[in-house]
Ligand binder design. Structure first.
Ligand code: SAM
Ligand code: SF4
Length: 376
């Protein structure tokens, strides 16, 4: 089955009506300032995760519509020098499907030696590319891993490639891309029972695990609020094997709420620390839970997004996009590109509309693009 990819509304490519104050970076009408750029380098992927892609894939973008390494570097440069972008994440689709990913990273690194540049990937191919990516200047990596069981992995990703993902994660750590972060999405009745095991796996290896609530961004439109595994349920599952206490320190707009992880049965040292008023000894590590649906953090959002064909999305859940690439290809100056980007972000919606007090809120309309075509 193939699913057609409906396109979101494109906003005018002329000067956008904007009240965006000049020189203030990527401000929006609600007082937020975006400094964190998520840039998709490709829409294509070699997995078909059920919560993201349809089984038959999607009509991929023609190569000529994808941004080249030089174009990506230019847009990142505009973001950093004109608009106050301070961190960059490259994503997809699957970024490792692009053979020139190292060129993309190297180009950005040459222009911006201090910019934190991270990559979100399914990990397939990292055994041969973790070192070249690190050498090109990649700062950090997030690897998606939803199951440690081959059959469950196959059911979720519709491909039999767990061993490659696991080997990729080890290769990333060996290449010094640490701490390796692991992203996991739990699906009820499929892999939610694996939450404590995934955490044990991450703690043993020094990987930083973050669970992401499943969002209604799947191409099959199969998400239901009743079936999704909530952050509270994730924490409850982890409680089967661990004790979680809030991680001290400010959250600073980070999407993941961090928890310190302790053994369920306190060790003598834990008991002494608890008796002294502490929360119970040195934690085994931390775990993050990203509750985009049930505990939304839109008010603190710092994100701006660019799709693989060079369109600005002010929000993961936007219904509007603004073209940047044709302007760049027509010879626009950095200032002109920055002006269009600022105008697009000024219109960022206040929130995604998934009201967690109501079931399947009528305020929420799923965007046309699935996660893989937005760049998660
Ligand atoms: N292919 C790469 C990967 O899987 O890491 C990068 C792109 S993927 C769209 C980025 C992240 O989005 C992954 O961690 C994936 O698990 C997550 N994701 C995809 N669809 C999602 C959904 N419907 N809800 C929550 N997270 C989702
Ligand atoms: Fe591909 Fe990542 Fe989507 Fe899975 S989540 S189908 S790996 S883009």
């Amino acid at each position: 089955m193939s699913v057609s990819l409906g396109l979101p509304r494109l906003r005018s490519t002329g000067p956008a009506p904007s009240g965006a104050p000049a020189g203030a970076g990527l401000m929006d009408r609600h007082g937020r300032r975006a400094t964190d750029l998520r840039l998709s380098v490709i829409d294509k992927c070699n997995l078909r995760c059920t919560y993201c892609m349809p089984a038959g894939g999607l009509p991929w973008l023609p190569a000529a519509q994808l941004m080249t390494p030089a174009e990506i570097t230019r847009l990142v440069h505009v973001g950093v020098t004109e608009l106050g972008v301070t961190e960059l994440r490259l994503t997809g689709g699957e970024p490792l499907v692009r053979p020139d990913l190292e060129d993309i990273v190297a180009g950005i690194r040459a222009a911006h030696p201090d910019l934190p540049v991270s990559l979100t990937t399914n990990g397939i191919g990292l055994t041969t590319r973790a070192r070249t990516l690190a050498a090109a200047g990649l700062s950090r990596i997030n690897i998606s891993l939803d199951s440690l069981d081959a059959a469950t992995f196959r059911a979720l990703a519709r491909r039999d490639r767990l061993a490659e993902v696991l080997a990729g994660a080890e290769a990333a750590a060996a290449a010094g891309l640490s701490p390796v972060k692991i992203n996991a999405v739990l699906m009820r009745g499929i892999n939610d029972h694996e939450a404590p095991e995934l955490l044990a796996f991450a703690l043993e290896r020094g990987f930083a695990l973050r669970f992401i609530e499943q969002m209604p961004l799947d191409a099959d439109h199969g998400w239901t609020r009743a079936e999704m595994v909530t952050a509270a349920q994730i924490r409850h599952r982890l409680g089967e094997r661990y004790r979680l206490t809030p991680h001290p320190g400010p959250r600073e707009g980070a999407p993941a709420e961090l928890w310190d992880v302790h053994p369920l049965t306190p060790t003598p040292a834990d008991s002494r620390a608890a008796g002294a008023g502490g929360s119970g000894g040195e934690p085994l590590g931390t775990v993050g839970v990203i509750a985009s649906v049930t505990e939304p953090f839109c008010g603190d959002c710092k994100r701006t997004r660019i799709t693989a064909e060079g369109r600005i999305r002010s929000c993961l859940f936007s219904h509007e996009e603004v073209e940047l690439l044709p302007l760049l290809r027509a010879g626009a100056t950095d200032a002109q590109l920055a002006e269009r980007w600022r105008a697009a972000m000024w219109a960022k919606p206040a929130a995604h509309g998934m009201d967690h007090t109501g079931l399947d809120s009528p305020d929420y309309v799923q965007p046309e693009r699935p996660m893989s075509a937005i760049g998660g």
